[in-house]
Unconditional design. Structure first.
Length: 173
């Protein structure tokens, strides 16, 4: 708590007047993350000409921070679900809601891709959305290991190839 107050540059009383508790600050941080990071990532799924291209850009948005070697890469929601998502009911519900939001948006995009013939007819948009979201979570975990970062683009490539009507064709190198 001392380090947090020092970084924030405020006294303890001001912190508790503004946030009431460390828990409340964390909940506000999760909400801020959702608004400033997650929702803009989800907007990439609304690609104007190609649902499949939107899915590719969405996956790229999870890879890009690691390729830029940003200091604090990853996903606050993924990290929270791994570290404390099941400890606190409010946080657990926020994590579940974020996961549902991502899966729902991916499902919508995959339905558009399927209707336009961009992905295999045999794919279930719902199951495929969970697969793509799991890939993104894996990117967050493996991206933290610098030796694994070189593989992140190949993971995306394999996922994109597995969705297309011509899986043997490299559409997205």
């Amino acid at each position: 708590m001392v380090q947090l107050l020092k970084v924030m540059g405020i006294p303890r009383g001001s912190f508790y007047a503004a946030f009431e508790s460390k828990q409340n600050l964390f909940v506000k941080a999760l909400e801020h993350y959702k608004q400033t990071i997650l929702l803009p990532r989800l907007e990439k799924l609304q690609h104007p000409t190609s649902a499949l291209k939107g899915i590719e850009e969405f996956i790229d948005s999870w890879i890009a921070p690691f390729q830029r070697n940003e200091k604090n890469c990853g996903c606050l929601i993924t990290n929270t679900s791994l570290e404390m998502g099941l400890i606190d009911n409010e946080v657990e519900e926020m994590v579940k809601n974020a996961h549902r939001l991502v899966e729902n948006r991916l499902t919508q995009s995959l339905k558009r891709a399927k209707n336009s013939g961009e992905i295999l007819d045999s794919l279930s948009p719902e199951k495929t959305a969970r697969y793509v979201f799991s890939l993104c979570n894996g990117i967050n975990v493996l991206g933290k290991i610098s030796s694994q970062r070189k593989y992140l683009k190949s993971f995306k490539h394999m996922a994109m190839t597995s969705l297309t009507r011509n899986p043997g064709v490299e559409l997205y190198a």
